[in-house]
Design a binder for this molecule. Structure first.
Ligand SMILES: [Zn+2]
Length: 120
């Protein structure tokens, strides 16, 4: 009985040391913010398409402007694979050239800009 309770105490102490050490040696994950899950490529693509459509619509008078989308390299790869068809559909629907730039640092971050043509 005594041995078991001592063992339990030792285990608890070890666990706390491990947790303290972990906190000392780690930083919160900037991508999932500690939740352990991140947005899927498809979810991010849907979000980005919504922003692109809104941006093009709001600049309707500025004809002939291309769309430049900065994304994380992982997402850029998605647009060359599974997401390519959806991207092509959007390109046709908007009649704009959409350029994907794989240079955003955050996996869930992106930036949508209009380029060329008349200034905004
Ligand atoms: Zn994470």
């Amino acid at each position: 009985m005594l041995e078991i309770s001592e063992l339990g105490l030792v285990e608890m102490t070890r666990k706390r040391v491990r947790q303290d050490l972990r906190a000392l040696l780690s930083a919160p994950c900037p991508t999932c913010k500690g939740s352990g899950v991140t947005k899927s490529d498809a979810t991010l693509a849907t979000e980005i398409f919504r922003v692109v459509r809104a941006k093009v619509r709001s600049a309707e008078d500025a004809n002939g402007r291309d769309v430049v989308v900065r994304v994380h390299p992982d997402l850029a790869r998605y647009f060359e694979g599974d997401g390519q068809e959806a991207l092509e559909r959007l390109t046709r629907a908007l009649e704009r050239k959409i350029t994907i730039q794989p240079n955003h640092a955050d996996r869930e971050g992106y930036e949508v800009k209009l380029r060329g043509g008349a200034p905004q």
